[in-house]
Design a protein around this ligand. Structure first.
Ligand code: AMP
Length: 112
């Protein structure tokens, strides 16, 4: 855990979030500033700064948690995005995977 990390504070219940799904190692929350309807974040409960820091044995669960959330949401078309590092647009320094459900004409453009 990191004391000044917003996602660690969400995991600890110190700041509120809409938790869509949770298991032993991950939570899935609704993004506070959704780029599209249903925009969610898959977040490890332990603090890892970025994608490269997640222990090797956790990658499968990371993605299967995303799959569980997508199935629960019931969408067919989506983007999965990890912004890794400042130059790639990572703002929150605690690993998270964006789930972006897509609809024709929703106006979202990757990198825009
Ligand atoms: P990134 O640019 O990949 O670091 O994205 C960080 C994401 O976290 C953004 O989409 C924010 O809207 C989202 N975010 C930041 N703070 C919160 C919060 N307290 N609750 C939910 N989502 C958040």
């Amino acid at each position: 855990m990191s004391d000044d990390c917003v996602f660690c504070k969400i995991v600890k219940g110190e700041i509120p979030a809409e938790v869509f799904l949770a298991n032993d190692e991950f939570i899935v929350i609704l993004d506070a500033n959704p780029k599209v309807e249903g925009h969610m974040l898959v977040i490890p409960k332990e603090h890892y700064d970025n994608f490269m820091d997640l222990p090797s044995g956790m990658y499968e669960k990371f993605l299967s948690t995303a799959k569980d959330a997508i199935e629960k949401l019931g969408v067919k078309d989506f983007n999965l995005i990890v912004n890794n590092g400042k130059d790639a647009g990572q703002v929150v320094g605690h690993l998270h995977l964006h789930i972006l459900p897509r609809k024709d004409g929703d106006g979202f453009e990757i990198g825009a």
